[in-house]
Design a protein around this ligand. Structure first.
Ligand code: ATP
Ligand code: MG
Length: 286
């Protein structure tokens, strides 16, 4: 069920950092088609040697991504196994993770952010229709394929990355560290349902509209756990209609969270100009 890629077809370039039990590299892969050698730029995700027992779950994430196809889901080309090394080979996305992009960009317009939110909602709707829960939605896992330009009609274009190793195997501390992206009920069950992604979508909206700032930044695991124990909410955004959508998604009772259809409808009804006029007239603090 996996597409196996020969290790000798891979070329390794610089390290891009670490993820959950992973080391990430830029690289390329070559393949022969009609007697011609093609080279494709790829991202290589290597499972940590000391978490080798997670390989099944890690490859399950790869398999999930390669079985479904949607314009806003990242392409996974296959897997490669070399000696004791387990590698996921995926599409290299030019502008990298959205959280970093938002942090380093001076000013990103509201309509740009809203476009990104709609694209993520579109991917979630697709997954919901297929009854697939992703389980690791956050701005870091949204990759920016096209920057776009808010001053023209050129929109950004994002792709949702793979979920990685399942939370059941990552361990309690990693799961606690994913507060407030991980839905509260997951802490007890370690099972991912469709509703969990709605919660994470709410947190991701919050991040996007706070320019990539990590919610609960600097809080330790005990404080993070208490955040859920006290049924707390993230500080509301000043744009009330959007704040209301985030609040709907981040309801502690999973069955109260909105459907993707409802999320999309609400996003479509948000009118950026209203928000920008409020800003310009100083009715809202900047
Ligand atoms: P997790 O499962 O927690 O998401 P991970 O193994 O996916 O962990 P990340 O922390 O998501 O690792 O990714 C590390 C960094 O690698 C990101 O910040 C991003 O800059 C870069 N990156 C990840 N995937 C890609 C990709 N497909 N194309 C380009 N850059 C990527
Ligand atoms: Mg990731």
């Amino acid at each position: 069920q996996f597409h196996m890629i020969k290790h000798e077809d891979l070329t390794w370039k610089e390290s891009l950092g670490q993820g959950s039990f992973t080391h990430i590299f830029r690289g390329s892969k070559t393949d022969q088609r009609d007697g011609v050698t093609h080279t494709t730029e790829v991202l290589l995700k290597v499972l940590d040697a000391n978490h080798k027992n997670c390989w099944e779950s890690f490859f399950e994430a790869a398999s999930l991504m390669s079985q479904i196809s949607h314009k806003h889901l990242l392409l996974v080309y296959g897997i490669s196994v070399h000696k004791s090394k387990n590698i996921m080979v995926q599409e290299f996305v030019k502008h990298g993770a959205l959280d970093l992009y938002l942090k380093k960009s001076m000013s990103v317009s509201v309509s740009w952010k809203l476009d990104v939110a709609k694209q993520l909602a579109c991917a979630l709707n697709f997954l919901e229709e297929k009854n697939i829960a992703h389980g690791n939605i956050c701005a870091k896992n949204l990759l920016l394929a096209r920057e776009g330009d808010p001053s023209s009609d050129n929109s950004p274009f994002i792709k949702l990355s793979d979920p990685g190793t399942s939370m059941a195997l990552l361990g309690k501390d990693v799961v606690l560290d994913r507060i407030p992206w991980v839905a509260p009920e997951v802490l007890d069950t370690l099972e991912i349902e469709l509703e969990c992604d709605k919660w994470s979508f709410g947190t991701t909206l919050w991040e996007i509209f706070n320019n990539g700032e990590a919610p609960l930044q600097g809080q330790d695991l005990i404080q993070k756990q208490q955040f859920y124990e006290h049924f707390s909410n993230l500080p509301a955004l000043e744009w009330t209609e959007l704040a209301d959508l985030i609040a709907q998604c981040m309801q502690y009772q999973p069955e109260l969270r909105p459907s993707c259809r409802s999320i999309i409808r609400q996003l479509n009804s948000l009118i950026t100009s209203d928000y920008e006029i409020l800003h310009a007239t100083g009715t809202l603090p900047k």
